[in-house]
Design a protein around this ligand. Structure first.
Ligand code: GLN
Length: 478
């Protein structure tokens, strides 16, 4: 019997290794908790009880025969997957009714790698449909309340994944981040979540949202777990031509070696009007903690930051809409009807904005122009990384906001991404790590941004900070 579910992956591995519990007991304990509490959180769309139990039994047999296989870093570790990521034989809806009965015949590359490392899929997580959103309220399977306060949003678009890890329904979850969809829900739910550099992890089998920005990465309770998961997930994939050849560092072995004389920049544009006062105070306290680690901190500037949200919301809908246009006459009614029912409002809005900004006459004024400003945003980062190694910012301007408070105002919802989208447009790695809680008990996230492919330094600083307050030990009371 498991009295207390493990909080981090190594604790689960140790429990299995030392036979404190069997893998089957672990899987069943998570299912029991899901059944008891997920009626409130709605974090799962599909639960895979049968196949997970079969996998767990197989793991137990292998442990009994040959002991715990140390070469499999996730052996017997239960996890969950955002529903916009394909999983072989498991329904993958992307939270849109148009895919309600879609069962992919293949695994996304990252999922295949996690399974090869011994991970066991418990089910698929609710999200904003096709990743479109910042609150998980654009799901055709209902919203996901925040485990710390069920009147608040869990964040989006990977809100179900964040809520599931935070509520201890699984050891970790896999999300997708185009413009903040891993970092923002991680921040709102008190977790660590990494958006890797564009091209670091394969996107094969991840339902595309905006192909020049999409990334796939882990949500876990600690930065240490994120490092371990990245080690399993990252690397070149022949099936995704945008993945890079560069060797994947031994993130978990290197994570505790914070580089000496690390220089960190605070981009002043992230500490202005948009940032709520209490969140600012919490982030400033985190910066003090980081200074006390011997890190050199200075103010820097990313002057084109104010254009990031407008540029993002032109480029992303344009890439979104490209590929869903089909105006074949006799099929028109079928397409019109199925999309009217099968796509939520936000998906339709983005397809319309994107189609408009790509149409002749408007292309130069909107899409081409936005791409030019995107280059300026990237150049801001190139320049700043000549003088500092990493950047520190709040992940979000406020903690989790009330359910329903922004659903009627798409612009207000888009502005929830204000601190997340710049790193996305520039293809950079960015981590959100828990920086503690506000007076109302809601988590606040600290964002660490690094130069492209410098996940290791980002994780090293995140880990060093995480050790100071160990916020991850605090759990929501559910
Ligand atoms: N909130 C952002 C959007 O709606 C982020 C989406 C994402 O990263 N998938 O586009």
């Amino acid at each position: 019997m498991i009295k207390q579910l493990p909080l981090i992956i190594e604790e689960a591995r140790e429990g299995l290794r030392a036979k404190k519990f069997s893998c089957r007991e672990l899987v069943d304990a998570y299912f029991e908790r899901i059944e008891k509490i997920d009626g409130t959180l709605n974090s799962f769309i599909t639960i895979e009880k049968e196949s997970a139990r079969v996998c767990a039994n197989e793991c137990d047999e292998q442990i009994a025969l040959t002991g715990y296989p140390e070469d499999k870093p996730l052996f017997g570790i239960p996890f969950a997957v955002k529903d916009a990521i394909c999983t072989e034989g498991i329904r993958s809806t992307a939270s849109a009714k148009i895919l309600d009965n879609y069962i992919p015949p293949f695994d996304a590359t990252v999922i295949a790698k996690l399974k090869n490392a011994g991970g066991i899929i418990l089910g698929k997580n609710n999200c904003d449909a096709f990743g479109h959103g910042a609150s998980n309220e654009n799901s055709q399977y209902g919203p996901v309340p925040n485990p710390w306060n069920i009147k608040m949003v869990a964040g989006g678009s990977s809100g179900g994944s964040a809520a599931a890890v935070s509520a201890n329904f699984c050891a970790f979850a896999i999300g997708e981040d185009t413009g903040g969809s891993i970092r923002q829900p991680a921040a709102f739910c008190g977790l660590a979540g990494l958006r890797p550099s564009y091209g670091r992890n394969s996107r094969y089998g991840v339902m595309p949202m905006a192909s020049s920005l999409d990334t796939v990465g882990p949500l876990a309770r600690t930065v240490q777990d994120v490092a371990l998961l990245m080690e399993v997930m990252a690397g070149k994939d022949e099936r995704d031509g945008t993945t890079v050849q560069d060797a994947v560092p031994a993130y978990s072995a290197e994570i505790a070696k914070l580089p000496k004389k690390l220089r960190v920049g605070l981009p002043q544009e992230y500490f202005t009007g948009d940032l709520e006062e209490e969140t600012k105070n919490i982030i400033e306290k985190a910066i003090e903690d980081i200074k006390n680690l011997g890190v050199q901190v200075s103010e820097v500037s990313l002057p084109h930051t104010k254009f990031s949200v407008p540029v993002y919301y032109i480029v992303v809908p344009a890439e979104d809409s490209d590929g869903v246009r089909a105006e074949v006459d006799n099929l028109f009614d079928t397409y019109a009807e199925s999309r009217a029912i099968g796509f939520p409002t936000e998906v339709k809005r983005r397809i319309m904005i994107g189609t408009f900004s790509l149409s002749s006459g408007y292309y130069d004024a909107y899409y081409a122009h936005a791409q030019k400003v995107r280059t300026l945003i990237r150049q801001d980062f190139d320049k700043v990384f000549e003088t500092v190694d990493l950047l520190l910012t709040p992940t979000t301007p406020t903690p989790a906001f009330p359910l329903g408070s922004k659903t009627e105002d798409p612009i207000a919802m888009y502005l929830a991404d204000v601190f997340a989208v710049s790193a996305s447009l520039a293809g950079l790695p960015a981590l959100s790590v828990s920086a503690g809680f506000n007076a109302a008990g809601l988590p606040v996230g600290l964002q660490i941004i690094g130069p492209r492919l410098h996940e290791l330094e980002v994780l090293q600083l995140g880990y060093a900070y995480e050790q100071i307050n160990k916020w991850f030990l605090k759990q929501p009371s559910l």
